[in-house]
Design a protein around this ligand. Structure first.
Ligand SMILES: *[C@@H]1O[C@H](CO)[C@@H](O)[C@H](O)[C@H]1NC(C)=O
Length: 231
């Protein structure tokens, strides 16, 4: 069963930009928005590997993007220009594939589409409380992420790390304790805490490589508005 959050992608963007305004990064990054797809980039997007018909690529593999590290929103936008979005890890099978890609390429971490729903549009939602357990979702598809504190249904392990900066199971919002910067975004960290490869909540301003995945909404939109385009 696919459970989606009744919130617009726009809200994610708006929330992110208002959050950004309250941090020290504000001066350089005022008012941030989601990017629109660029038809020519969609048509020539890197198709490095695929899962269930969705093309994906890891930025470190694409010569023009090889050294690129981006914060979470810039990561979404980098992908969106290609009619893609940050990768969502909805199933164990897909998660294992992505873990393998990260390990085989010796990448220390990537951004995923995961985000906590703690912005306008997420209030008065008892089903999202407590947020650190039930409030996470895949922003690319608005699909909910299962409870963080147990093995997800259909999985054989909990993808969230059982340790981190505070030596506590993730998500732990650790940077908030240091300087009130919330850990609102979901990163796969490759053994950073001697914990193997696993999910961690991380403050969204950190800059990381990303894995982009085809986004059906954006591909449909570009196909509909560009007759004859080959995607
Ligand atoms: C908060 O602490 C982290 C970790 O020490 C640091 O990287 C970051 O720049 C700090 N952020 C602010 C807003 O001071």
């Amino acid at each position: 069963m696919k459970v989606t959050l009744a919130i617009a992608t726009f809200c994610v963007m708006a929330a992110y930009s208002s959050a950004a305004r309250t941090t020290t990064t504000t001066a350089t990054k005022p008012g941030r928005f989601l990017s629109l797809p660029v038809p020519a980039k969609c048509a020539s997007r890197p198709k490095e590997f695929s899962y269930r018909g969705k093309n994906m690529f890891l930025t470190t593999h694409v010569p023009a993007l090889a050294n690129k590290k981006v914060d979470w929103l810039d990561g979404r936008n980098l992908c969106r220009e290609y009619c893609m979005d940050l990768v969502a890890l909805e199933t164990q099978e897909k998660n294992n594939l992505i873990f393998r890609v990260i390990q085989q390429n010796d990448v220390p971490y990537i951004w995923t589409a995961g985000r906590i729903c703690d912005f306008a549009g997420c209030e008065n939602r008892p089903d999202l409380e407590p947020k650190n357990v039930y409030g996470w979702f895949w922003s690319a598809t608005r699909e909910k992420i299962q409870a963080t504190n147990r093995i997800p249904q259909g999985w054989g392990y909990n993808p969230w790390s059982q340790t981190g900066h505070k030596k506590r199971p993730q998500p732990d919002n650790a940077e908030y304790d240091i300087n009130q910067t919330k850990e609102q975004c979901l990163s796969v960290l490759n053994n950073v805490y001697n914990d193997g490869i696993a999910w961690h909540d991380v403050a969204c301003y950190h800059e990381k490589p990303v894995i982009c995945e085809d986004n059906e909404e954006l591909l449909r939109y570009v196909a509909a508005t560009n007759p004859g385009i080959r995607l």
